[in-house]
Design a protein around this ligand. Structure first.
Ligand code: HAM
Length: 422
């Protein structure tokens, strides 16, 4: 038997419904803020991620799927979405459409990590990116979207953590201070952190092995330049205005190199080590660094697998469509009538199944029960003769004989509140 590749998932049944629910809730949320979809390739030149995510990051050093294609090009499976969207923004000259440009995306990403609950090698992100606005209001709009999306899903206990990691003007002096501080602890650092000390000192703050040294490290807030400090104060004020609760976390530096100023993560307290559902921040220099016109930008991405885990942990179930099963008593003319009934109901927006197995009526009823049908419409010889069909409410067992017109009325009345639009 051929098995799926380690770190990948087959998504089907209830799980697929949950994913679809997460995606459609996300799309509804971003649409209400007028974000437009962007779809970029899964394969991109390796160079794109080396130059954006950063040569010294774990993602680029250890986790990228890289190969040579038949034309000898060095290609990577995208480990995240932002870099490809920035490339697309530049390559398609999207700056000519004015500012801000607001995008959303959903898609598969690939990182060769150690698989565990909430961490896959092929995983799926949904995210937004805003181009062209240097304003803290843009940072806060993306946070607002992220929080509202989680709330719309039922995850109203998600916690927002924010920080500012400064800009190329003020960050070097902070890095120097960190180096000085950590130089006294070099022997105590984990192996990875000893490498990070030389290559990417900010990442020492977010060591998962030992956080006690980081607790006493110098804080970035004391090193921010006036512009970065003012930006961060405005972000916090706008969050207050929106009544979004947050914790300022000076250790929140994120694992990708392109960030400037605001960084943020949204976590839930019941997912163990992989508790970050959404991560994002501002990246004002990336468009220029990749060869485009100087364009400030900000965005986030969330992991569908982790959000699904959080929903399962909380016991949140996907609102289900009302299901109507149209049962037939087998003859050709009852089949034709059943199709008409089913189509009439489908055209009214109901989810309707008919028998595809040519089973007996008893077996069809058993199937309808197993499929958790809310109603069964029975179409038999008697019903055809009378021009009325039997409608059975599967919850109460109540049965009534109704014309098609009456049945539509009864079902629309009974189901409207469940569709939420009465
Ligand atoms: P990131 O923090 O690397 O940021 O990933 C964002 C989210 O993707 C994480 O919070 C997590 O939910 C999910 N995720 C990451 N790796 C895995 C994995 N191996 N398995 C399952 N889920 C995972 C970014 O990717 C940035 N591009 C976000 C961004 C957009 N910043 C600005 N714009």
């Amino acid at each position: 038997m051929i098995r799926r590749i380690k770190g990948t998932l087959d998504v089907f049944g209830e799980q697929a419904c949950l994913w679809r629910y997460i995606e459609s809730t996300f799309i509804e949320t971003v649409r209400s803020f007028n974000y437009r979809e962007v779809r970029t390739p899964i394969i991109e030149p390796v160079e794109l991620f080396v130059r954006s995510v950063g040569e010294e990051t774990d993602i680029v050093r250890k986790e990228m799927y890289v190969f040579e294609d038949k034309g000898g090009r060095r290609v990577a499976l995208r480990p995240e979405g932002t870099a490809g969207i920035v490339r697309a923004y530049i390559e398609n000259g999207m700056n000519r459409f004015g500012a801000p440009q607001k995008f959303f995306y959903i898609g598969a990403m690939f990182r060769y990590e150690k698989p565990q609950a909430g961490r896959q090698r092929q995983f799926h992100q949904l995210g937004v990116e805003v181009f062209g606005s240097p304003s803290p209001f843009a940072d806060v709009e993306t946070i607002h979207i992220a929080m509202k999306f989680l709330k719309n899903l039922g995850l109203d206990d998600a916690r927002l953590h924010v920080n500012s990691i400064g800009c190329p003007k003020c960050r070097p002096s902070y890095k120097d201070a960190l180096k000085k501080y950590y130089s006294e602890y070099l022997q105590e650092l984990c192996e990875d952190c000893r490498i990070r000390y030389d290559r990417n000192v900010l990442r020492l703050l977010d060591c998962k092995v030992d956080s006690s040294i980081a607790e006493k490290a110098p804080r970035i807030q004391e090193f921010l330049c006036d512009e970065c400090r003012e930006h961060f104060v405005k972000v916090c004020k706008a969050l207050d205005t929106l009544n979004l609760k947050y914790t300022v976390d000076p250790k929140l530096v994120r694992g990708l190199d392109y960030y400037t100023r605001t960084t943020y993560e949204i976590k839930v307290p019941y997912l163990g080590a992989q508790d970050t559902l959404i991560g994002g921040g501002r990246y004002d220099n990336l468009v220029r660094e990749l060869g485009g016109p100087s364009t400030p930008a900000v965005g986030f991405a969330g992991g569908i697998e982790r959000i699904a885990l959080a929903l399962e942990k909380k016991g949140i179930v996907v609102p289900r469509d009302i299901l109507i099963y149209v049962a037939t008593a087998g003859q050709d003319d009852t089949y034709a009538a059943a199709i008409t009934v089913a189509e009439t109901l489908r055209d009214r927006g109901f989810c309707v199944e008919i028998d595809l197995m040519e089973r007996s009526l008893t077996s069809q009823m058993r199937y309808a029960n197993r499929a958790k049908a809310d109603y069964v419409v029975m179409v038999g010889e008697d019903e055809l003769r009378e021009g009325k069909f039997t409608l059975r409410d599967m919850k109460t067992g109540e049965q009534r004989k109704l014309t098609l017109h009456e049945m539509v009325e009864v079902l629309e009345k009974a189901c409207k509140p469940l569709h939420g639009d009465s």
